[in-house]
Each structure stands twice: as structure tokens, then as C-alpha cells.
Design a protein. Structure first.
Length: 245
């Protein structure tokens, strides 16, 4: 049994979610340290998105325990939402608004006043280099920049924990690498980053990761630890060995 305490940004014990007789997430347990980049690696349908939705207070678990930013995932979902940033798998910003208008809209959702929004938006615009695109309609900017805008909106209120659900899906390799540089910068500033991916190269970028299959966590460790433990040279080989095992 995991002892719930204040030393982790995310911790869950035997977290389970069923849809009828189908078990989407099957008694998973793990802990995420503050300031850590923690990866959830798995194929589509492994249970990654369902797990994130439970942690973000968007989906009620069937059973198990969990805390995010030291708030209970059953009873304190509003507090959780105030302390996290969430970037969904599907691009969900308003394409008929400009980049600047999307930022302003999300600033309002987060309850930032005029001065707070100006400081926060100036910071993310500078960090993510959005200035050249501010007055463009969101539908007219490339997908890689749409992903950057989505990240900007997710961190506008300076959350303790950032949940990224396959944030680089469909993005070219160069844009993916640039996006990960932004993630590194956030982690360096103390933000906990919880990211799901099915890209094997992205698994190498995480401080630690879990490999998930059929709703269960098969293994957790650093990429180097997992490769050494299974005697493999790449994370792809580790993943295939575990899933087939």
C-alpha cells in the first residue's frame, strides 16, 4: 500500500476505472515527484487518457485512491483544476479567434485580472515566441504553432502541475523536438510535467516513465534503468518485449 503524503505532486493507489464490464484502468499505483517529467508510454487504448482525465478531475474513478497537488481526486476536483494545466489530445482552442484572443479567453477562464493577465501573457508570449502570430486567426497558423498556443493557454495561470495528453500527435519531428525543449524549460522552473505519448523517442526525454498496456502499468523507471533491466538498447525494444511478454 502507498502511504499518501505531501512529498509527491501526484500519487495514486489501485486507481481503477470501469465502463460497464470493460476495465479501462486496472488498479494502477504510482507516484510523481515535484518538478519531474513523468511519462506514460503506451499504445492507443492502453488507458493513458482515461488516467489523465481522472487525475484532472474530469472523470470519477470506479475505485482506488489518488491525490493531485495534495488534493483528493474524489472530493477536491475544483481545487485540482485551479492548480493544474491540461492540454488535451485533440486540439481544442477556438480557431475563429486570433492567437491573442485565445490567450485572453483562457485568462478569463482562469480568473486572472487585467494586471495578472498582462504579466502572464507577456511571459508565455516571450517564452514560446508567439509574438509573430498574435494577430493571426488560429485556424491559419501551422499545427506546430497551434500546439504551442495550446501549451501557452495551459500554463497561463502558472500551474503547479501540467498534464499533456499526447501533445505532439501529428506534429513533424522538428516541431516535436522544439516542443520538448519548452517542456524542459517548464520543468527547470519547477513545474511537474505529466505527459502521455506513444512515440518511443519521446520516452527517452522523460525523467521517469511508466509503460502501460491494457489498462495496467507493466513497469516504472528511468529510460536507462528500464533498458538495463531488460537488456535492451532502445525503448522501442523495451516496450515490445514487455507488451509481448
Amino acid at each position: 500500500m502507498i502511504a499518501m503524503n505531501n512529498n509527491y505532486s501526484v500519487e495514486v493507489e489501485n486507481l481503477t476505472r470501469q465502463f460497464g464490464s470493460f476495465v479501462a484502468v486496472d488498479h494502477i499505483s504510482f507516484q510523481v515527484r515535484y518538478g519531474e517529467i513523468f511519462g506514460f508510454l503506451g499504445a492507443n487504448g492502453a488507458g493513458k487518457t482515461t488516467t489523465i482525465r481522472m487525475l484532472c478531475g474530469l472523470l470519477q474513478p470506479t475505485s482506488g485512491r489518488g491525490k493531485v497537488a495534495n488534493f483528493d481526486i474524489y472530493t477536491q476536483t475544483d481545487a485540482i483544476k485551479q492548480n493544474i494545466g491540461y492540454m488535451s489530445q485533440k486540439f481544442s482552442l477556438y480557431e475563429d479567434l486570433t492567437v491573442a484572443e485565445n490567450l485572453e479567453f483562457y485568462g478569463g477562464i482562469y480568473g486572472l485580472d487585467k494586471h495578472q493577465f498582462r504579466a502572464a501573457s507577456d511571459a508565455v508570449i516571450a517564452a514560446i515566441n508567439l509574438q509573430p502570430h498574435l494577430n493571426k486567426l488560429t485556424r491559419d497558423i501551422p499545427l506546430g504553432w497551434k500546439q504551442r498556443l495550446a501549451l501557452s493557454c495551459a500554463i497561463l495561470h502558472r500551474p503547479q502541475i501540467l498534464f499533456l495528453d499526447e501533445p505532439t500527435g501529428g506534429v513533424d519531428p522538428i516541431s516535436r523536438r522544439e516542443f520538448w525543449n519548452l517542456i524542459y524549460n517548464l520543468a527547470d522552473q519547477g513545474t511537474t510535467v505529466f505527459v502521455t505519448t506513444h512515440y518511443m523517442d519521446e520516452a527517452e526525454y522523460c525523467n521517469r516513465l511508466s509503460i502501460m498496456h491494457d489498462g495496467r502499468i507493466l513497469v516504472i523507471g528511468t529510460p536507462q534503468e528500464l533498458k538495463q533491466r531488460l537488456g535492451k538498447k532502445t525503448m522501442e525494444d523495451v516496450f515490445v518485449d514487455l507488451v509481448r511478454g
